[in-house]
Design a protein around this ligand. Structure first.
Ligand SMILES: Cc1cc2nc3c(=O)[nH]c(=O)nc-3n(C[C@H](O)[C@H](O)[C@H](O)COP(=O)(O)O)c2cc1C
Length: 208
């Protein structure tokens, strides 16, 4: 099948999320100008540069007439932490996606432990094994199908990295031990359980 998104897909459910997958989940902690904590998962999330490392997450549109707290907080304070969402933490991750009013602390709601970051003000999620402390670099505003709404891509520079020592074996971070969760299409999720190593090809190609 072929379709132009503006014409519609003709399927019972939008297939788009099943066409770019799996998507890692950035569990974004932030705080507002008054220091009130916020935590929410974003599967439109990724590493976008290595040196220096940068990450992005994308808050889509408005809910109830206001942009998402994570976007507002990063815009107001210039800082956030991207905590790794693991399979073991999937219920808590899901819980923190609740569309709560901005004065609700999702750490408290989901029974999670906020611990101080080293460089930035927003707290880290103690239960998560990886925390990337970030400073805001840029927000890209993208058009929305509703001209009164907007999509956003928030880019942060990673200024501090925490890795739980228990997932480092012989100097290597064990992907399998971390078991990160990821989003698939629709309401489906997956986790990393299989890892295969393969070096990049070099030029000239090696004969088979
Ligand atoms: C696993 C998962 C991934 C999500 N990914 C996104 C995303 O990439 N972009 C987005 O706008 N909302 C996403 N959501 C929904 C937000 O987490 C939800 O709107 C949340 O209430 C936003 O919180 P905030 O207003 O505190 O920022 C996701 C929800 C879940 C459960």
């Amino acid at each position: 099948m072929f379709y132009r998104p503006e014409d519609g897909h003709g399927l019972p459910h939008d297939p788009m999320s099943a066409l770019v997958m799996p998507r890692p989940v950035g569990w974004i902690s932030s705080q507002d100008a008054a220091g009130r904590r916020n935590l929410a998962p974003f599967a439109l999330f990724n590493l976008v540069a290595y040196q220096p490392p940068h990450v992005m997450f994308a808050p889509t549109g408005q809910a109830g007439g206001r942009f998402k707290d994570s976007l507002n907080n990063v815009e107001a304070t210039g800082e956030f932490v991207a905590n790794m969402a693991t399979w073991a933490l999937r219920d808590a991750v899901w819980h923190t996606s609740i569309p709560a009013p901005s004065d609700v602390d999702e750490f408290e709601l989901a029974g999670l432990t906020p611990i101080p970051a080293t460089i930035v003000a927003p707290p880290r999620v103690k239960e998560s094994p990886v925390h990337l402390e970030c400073t805001h670099v840029q927000t890209i505003r993208l058009p929305h199908v509703d001209p009164d709404n907007a999509n956003h891509v928030v880019i942060g520079k990673v200024v501090g990295v925490h890795i739980d020592d228990s997932v480092i074996t012989d100097g290597i971070v064990s992907e399998a031990a971390l078991e990160p969760m990821a989003r698939l299409g629709y309401l489906n999720y997956t986790r990393v359980t299989e890892v295969h190593a393969k070096p990049f090809p070099t030029w000239p190609p090696k004969k088979a």
